[in-house]
Design a protein around this ligand. Structure first.
Ligand SMILES: [Zn+2]
Length: 384
């Protein structure tokens, strides 16, 4: 079967994050078992009652139920090829979303670029290599729920099914190896006030005015934090954004509550809680001048940044194989999870992230074919 046929079969399986990925996993499992890989499923039922499964298919035996001491005796995966099985939703008006179609050397379909192309390339690569000859363990790792916060990969880290030395995390990078990425953190801040008739403001306390005061201080934090910089990124610093704000109930009521979101993207080397600690310090200072000041912080997400050294063998191999120098990604990936499992991780795959998540998402056929070649060579380079 060609890589294009495999991609067509993958695109035909609707694997939007809100659905169970069981059908996709069943397909991948069958493809991997046919090649003699040993498979293990890690299942989870999400908040909506949908089964979400991570699949690890590998060339060596590793019993994940054994205790730590024995687990160490279990062989380390030399190379893991990692792809997420879920996709973002598609517009119902895109009638060909689940039918791969070719036009001008491009293959269109939901997930064709992000990230089923990489998965199709990995499946094609293992179909074209003599797995019995591999001296070091190879694994294909298929995750769930990447598009809604890398949840599957995080659950896999908690399950610790393996240790890995190198991991290629499939994402559309136009075949440029990406060796570092910023972290992603999010908090919702609720500032409290006291409602009153707006004709008598002294009877109340405006939550919106307090939030404005706090946001002004957050802007100063955004400036101060620029002293930490990382040349591999543009912009080279951690960035902050207050993206949503909502407060008050009527034009003539002193607002009793104001909520806003604070998002920050950390550069490697900076702790994910650095910004939040600075915000807490500022809140302490505001409280000293306004003893009535009160707010709640609901910090929902702390995704780590990642960085794999430029002289990593995997980075150097992919730079040479793709004839592209390594770069950095601005979007969240499963690379930090693979690093947590011991790997030097690089994000790499066919297709352009700028067309991912759009109606009319596509992967260039030549990049798809090239990625099969590169993954084949990676298997030979690292596992022989
Ligand atoms: Zn993706």
């Amino acid at each position: 079967m060609t890589v294009q046929q495999t991609l067509a079969e993958l695109v035909a399986i609707d694997s939007v994050s809100s659905r169970s990925n069981a059908a996709m996993i069943a397909y991948l499992r069958q493809r991997c078992e046919f090649r003699g890989l040993l498979v293990h499923e890690y299942s989870h039922v999400d908040a909506n009652g949908e089964a979400k499964i991570n699949l690890v298919a590998q060339t060596s035996v590793c019993d994940p139920t054994v205790e730590n001491s024995q687990a160490e005796a279990c062989a380390t995966i030399e190379l893991a090829l990692v792809g997420h099985t879920d996709t973002v939703p598609y517009d119902p008006a895109w009638t060909d979303a689940l039918r791969l179609s070719e036009r001008d050397g491009k293959l269109f379909g939901r997930g064709s670029c992000d990230t089923k192309a990489f998965i199709a390339a990995a499946l094609t690569a293992i179909a074209n290599v003599d797995l019995a000859k591999l001296k070091k363990p190879l694994a294909l790792v298929f995750t769930s729920d990447e598009e809604i916060g890398c949840l599957g990969a995080k659950r896999l880290v908690a399950a610790k099914p393996f240790r890995a030395r190198y991991a290629i995390v499939g994402e559309p990078t136009s075949l440029q190896p990406m060796r570092a990425g910023k972290g992603y953190c999010l908090a919702e801040i609720t500032v409290h006030g006291r409602e009153a008739h707006s004709a008598y403001p002294s009877l109340g306390a405006s939550a919106i005015a307090r939030a404005a005061h706090l946001i002004r201080a957050i802007e100063e934090i955004a400036e101060e934090i620029k002293v930490d910089s990382h040349d591999a990124f543009d912009p080279p610093c951690t960035t902050l954004n207050v993206g949503l704000i909502n407060g008050g109930t009527a034009k003539n009521v002193v607002p009793g509550e104001c909520r806003f979101t604070l998002e920050w993207r950390t550069i490697p080397g900076q702790k994910t809680d650095r910004v939040l600690n600075a915000v807490r310090k500022v809140i302490g200072e505001i409280s000293r001048t306004d003893s009535d000041f009160s707010c709640d912080i609901d910090a929902g997400r702390f995704d780590e940044s990642f960085e794999t050294k430029a002289n990593s063998e995997l980075v150097q191999f992919l730079e040479q194989a793709s004839a592209r120098s390594s770069g950095t990604v601005a979007f969240g990936t499963e690379a930090p999870s693979m690093i947590a499992l011991g790997a030097e991780a690089v994000v790499f795959g066919p297709g352009d992230i700028r067309v991912a998540h759009r109606t009319g998402e596509f992967v260039p056929l030549d990049e798809l074919n090239q990625s099969v070649e590169i993954l084949l060579r990676a298997i030979e380079r690292f596992c022989w």
